[in-house]
Design a protein around this ligand. Sequence first.
Ligand code: ZN
Length: 88
Amino acid sequence: MASPKPKSKDNKGAKPPEKKVEKMCYFCVQNLNDVSPRDTMTLRRFVSSFMKIAPRRRTGLCAAHQRKVSRAIKVSRELSLLPYTPQQ
Ligand SMILES: [Zn+2]
């Protein structure tokens, strides 16, 4: 006979309610339209420590600027301005 389990269906395996932090797109706030592949100081904000392009949920960019940033990072890598992998 199974022992009675505590009935706590609510919050079972659920994440705690997310705090709504309003994210503002970095480029929209600064009224910048284009993302330059040569502006590596800005692009470094949007890569992880493993030099991966950070997702939108992390960068807080709007969809249009996230596309431009990811493209600029890839061009920047080809121009050897940003590394593909973290430097040892
Ligand atoms: Zn934007």
